[in-house]
Write a protein that binds this ligand. Structure first.
Ligand code: 5GP
Length: 188
């Protein structure tokens, strides 16, 4: 059934974005909520597909206009937010919406959607594994790297507030588990 919300939360570098992309590739009934952000695009990222990359001034006017369901300053000086228009667009197409969002934002969305939402926490086997994955990805400066590790350690404390925890130890296994979890939720 369409009109539901699947919320994926996890530390940066946990493989959450790849899991979300994998689920989207397997499931035509899911559509991605493209968030707005004030950070710059990484290589390969596209405006309107990965994020709406907007200026801090534009972001502020959208806050003032009440365009966000939720927004967070996820890292000092960098804001991310979920646009009401994205959810409306996806539900009007008869699909379920999937979110890739930070832990606080995810818990806020879970409260907002109530029974219509399933909130999943994607966990890494350990902080050491997370460090290795983030380093291998090579997208972050030293400062940003440390911010992401600190945030991950903090976010892990909230995992028990989620409906499900999926451990991303092996990508294919975790993707299969995520798909099964979604199938059950979508039918319920
Ligand atoms: P990244 O810069 O690595 O793409 O994302 C950083 C963090 O911001 C990730 O945890 C990502 O899930 C989160 N994020 C992305 N979009 C949103 C959003 O709309 N709202 C909130 N609260 N967090 C978001």
């Amino acid at each position: 059934m369409a009109g539901k919300a699947l919320i994926f939360c996890a530390p940066s570098g946990s493989g959450k974005t790849s899991l979300v992309k994998g689920l989207l590739a397997r499931n035509g009934n899911l559509a991605f909520s493209v968030s707005a952000t004030t950070r710059s695009p990484r290589q390969q990222e596209l405006h309107g597909r990965d994020y709406y990359f907007i200026s801090p001034e534009d972001f502020q006017s959208k806050i003032n206009a009440g365009d966000f369901v939720e927004w967070e300053e996820v890292y000092a000086g960098t804001r991310y937010g979920t646009l009401t228009s994205e959810i409306e667009r996806i539900w009007s197409e008869g699909k379920d919406v999937i979110f890739d969002i930070d832990v606080q934002g995810g818990l806020n969305l879970k409260k907002y959607f109530g029974d219509k939402a399933l909130a999943i926490f994607v966990a890494v086997p350990s902080l050491e594994v997370l460090k290795t994955r983030l380093a291998r990805r090579g997208t972050e400066s030293d400062e940003s790297f440390q911010k992401r590790i600190d945030k991950a350690a903090h976010e892990a404390k909230f995992s028990n507030q989620f409906d499900r925890i999926i451990i991303n130890d092996d990508f294919d296994r975790a993707l299969n588990e995520a798909e099964q979890v979604y199938d059950v939720f979508a039918k319920g």
